[in-house]
Design a protein around this ligand. Structure first.
Ligand code: FES
Ligand code: FES
Length: 162
C-alpha cells in the first residue's frame, strides 16, 4: 500500500506493508535518529512528533499515519545550525552515548513548542517517558530549561518554523 505523509516538512510517498511499524518505515527512509530500544513503547528512544505530539514510533502502525506531519530529530537542526535544544544538550553535558538523545529531544521539543516557559516539574514530566542509562536525568532538565528562553530568537531566525 502507499503511504503519503509529511516528513520533516517535506511531502513523501512510501510503499509499505499494512503491518509495517512506523519505526521501521522511518529508519528505512533514512531517519537513523529514530532508535530502537525496548521496542515495546516504554523507553522513548524511538519517539517522533506526529502532528505535534510525541509518540513512540515502535508502537505506531505506519498505515495509521496517512496525511500526518512527522518530525524526527533530522528535522530539528543541523550541525551548523542546531536547534536550541540540541545546542543546550551539548552545552550542559546531557549527552554521552547519545542513544536516548533523539527521543529526549523530541519530547523536549514538544514541550517547548507549546510552553516556552516550563517549570522544572513540567520539564521532568515531559521527559518522564525517556529513559537514559548514561547521563542521568539532571543534566537534560538543565538543558531544556536553558534552551527555553532561546526559542523566541530561534523562531525569529527560522521564520516561525519550530
Ligand atoms: S523503542 Fe520505542 S519506546 Fe522503546
Ligand atoms: S546518553 Fe546514553 S542512554 Fe542517554
Amino acid at each position: 500500500m502507499e503511504l503519503n505523509f509529511s516528513l520533516n516538512g517535506k511531502p513523501i510517498t512510501l510503499e509499505i506493508a499494512p503491518s509495517d511499524i512506523l519505526l521501521d518505515v522511518l529508519r528505512k527512509a533514512g531517519m537513523k535518529s529514530v532508535k530502537r530500544g525496548c521496542n515495546e513503547g516504554f523507553c522513548g528512544a524511538c519517539a517522533v512528533l506526529i502532528d505535534g505530539k510525541p509518540r513512540n514510533s515502535c508502537i505506531v502502525m505506519a498505515a495509521h499515519c496517512e496525511s500526518s506531519e512527522i518530525i524526527t530529530v533530522e528535522g530539528m537542526g543541523t550541525p551548523d545550525h542546531p536547534h536550541p535544544l540540541q545546542q543546550a544538550f551539548v552545552d550542559h553535558g546531557a549527552t554521552q552515548c547519545g542513544y536516548c538523545n533523539p527521543g529526549s529531544l523530541i519530547a523536549a521539543k514538544a514541550l517547548l513548542d507549546r510552553n516556552s516557559h516550563p517549570t522544572t516539574d513540567e520539564v521532568k514530566l515531559a521527559l518522564d517517558g525517556n529513559l537514559c542509562r548514561c547521563t542521568g536525568y539532571v543534566k537534560r532538565i538543565e538543558a531544556v530549561l536553558a534552551a527555553a528562553p532561546k526559542m523566541k530568537k530561534h523562531l525569529a531566525n527560522t521564520g516561525g518554523s519550530k
